[in-house]
Design a protein around this ligand. Structure first.
Ligand code: MG
Length: 387
């Protein structure tokens, strides 16, 4: 008889969260759900918590507590609310925490899981970008296990495992290129949120879809890769691969390149984070190579996709710069979705904020949270007033 593992899902109503629920439901012999959290979607949170038989459901927006409480009445699921309750959910003694809250908002709860030495399936790349080395230091200090859920990083994790990074010559991070891969700069000037939200290969949430369209997503992933794997920035290359079949590759010193391939379906990397070091069977579309026919690779265009250049500059500059990049980008993406800035102004806004804030070392998490707040306020000001 196998002992069931308990799971906490932070951000259960999002895209990664619902894929996680899918897997947990089909493997109820291996996992049970302890806590689930959501930002504002009370109805979906309550339905999921009841369906999975969770012990606790947390709504991040405190003003929705009464709604959640009545939605869970008589179900046996405990309702809690607010930022501290998110941290409490991650602090409960579950075996695995899937960290799928979007943006820097997920950091405190993710840190709480790390600080009790849990296994964390990390789907939140922004936390690694804004808190980077500080977060990795906590992982080492508390003996936590961080397993990337981002498909590219899961790929690298899978082909790097048990091998010394000394022999790694390059990490090749693949990028789909997003919906505007072949668009001219002129056409990109008039991009609407609707066009930017329609990713050709992946079905994802709004923030990451816009990041994929600007290629900031790959920029954040470049920084994420540098934090997760002991490979310097100049050995991580981005390669555009429109089919999203090769999820990333590692080149070794003898010229061997190992890749992880699969359908563009987040359930594969999520399943690996849950089952590692074993594998479990999941129902995802299988690759049919004869139908696929060919796989293409090109270099990214840093002129049309300046976000990728900015992320590399932020990584090279280090210190507070990646935190600035991430906060400014989160605000600029929100402003694009609400029609306040154009598509090309997203990266422009990020660049202006990077030039505005003086580079400093990132010393502790309090400094990081203060800086993150300040950059968000200043970015909103820049968007509203142009200064
Ligand atoms: Mg990814």
């Amino acid at each position: 008889m196998t002992i069931k593992k308990s799971v906490c899902v932070l951000g259960v109503t999002g895209s990664v969260g619902s894929s996680t629920v899918d897997i947990l439901k089909s493997h109820s012999d291996k996992y049970f759900v302890d806590a689930v959290t959501a930002h504002r979607n009370v109805a979906a949170l309550a339905a999921t918590a009841i369906d999975l038989g969770a012990a606790v459901a947390v709504i991040a927006d405190e003003s929705l507590y009464e709604d959640l409480k009545s939605a869970l009445a008589g179900s046996g699921v405990e309702a809690t609310a607010g930022e501290a309750a998110l941290v409490d959910a991650a602090s409960r003694p579950s075996d695995i925490v899937i960290a799928a809250i979007i943006g820097a908002a997920g950091l405190k709860a993710t840190l709480a899981a790390i600080r009790r030495g849990a296994r964390v399936g990390l789907a939140n790349k922004e936390t690694l970008v804004c808190a980077g080395d500080l977060m990795m230091a906590e992982v080492v200090k508390y003996g936590a296990t961080l397993i990337p859920v981002d498909s590219e990083h899961s790929a690298i994790f899978q082909v790097l495992e048990q091998k010394s990074a000394d022999n790694v010559d390059r990490i090749l991070l693949t990028a789909s290129g997003g919906p505007f891969r072949e668009w001219s700069m002129t056409d990109m000037m008039a991009v609407t949120p609707k066009q930017a939200l329609a990713h050709p290969n992946w079905d994802m949430g709004a923030k990451i879809s816009i990041d994929s369209a600007t290629m900031m997503n790959k920029g954040l992933e470049l920084i994420e890769a540098c934090r997760l794997f002991p490979v310097p920035e100049d050995r991580i290359e981005v390669v555009v691969h429109p089919q999203s079949i090769v999820h990333s590759m590692v080149e070794y010193s003898d010229g061997s390149v190992l890749a992880q391939l699969g359908s563009p379906d987040m359930r594969t990397p999520i399943a690996y984070a849950l089952s590692w070091p074993e594998r479990i069977r999941i129902n995802v579309p299988r690759l049919d190579f004869a139908t696929i026919g060919q796989l293409n690779f090109t270099s990214p265009d840093l002129i049309r996709f300046p976000a990728l250049r900015l992320a590399r500059e932020a990584l090279r500059a280090g210190g507070t710069v990646p935190t600035v990049l991430n906060a400014a980008n989160e605000i600029a993406v929100g402003a694009f979705l609400s029609g306040k800035v154009t598509f090309l102004q997203i990266a422009e806004t990020v660049e202006r904020m990077m030039n505005k804030i003086t580079v400093a070392p990132l010393c502790d998490l309090d400094q990081m949270f203060d800086l993150d707040d300040m950059v968000r306020r200043e970015t909103l000001g820049l968007i509203d007033t142009g200064r």
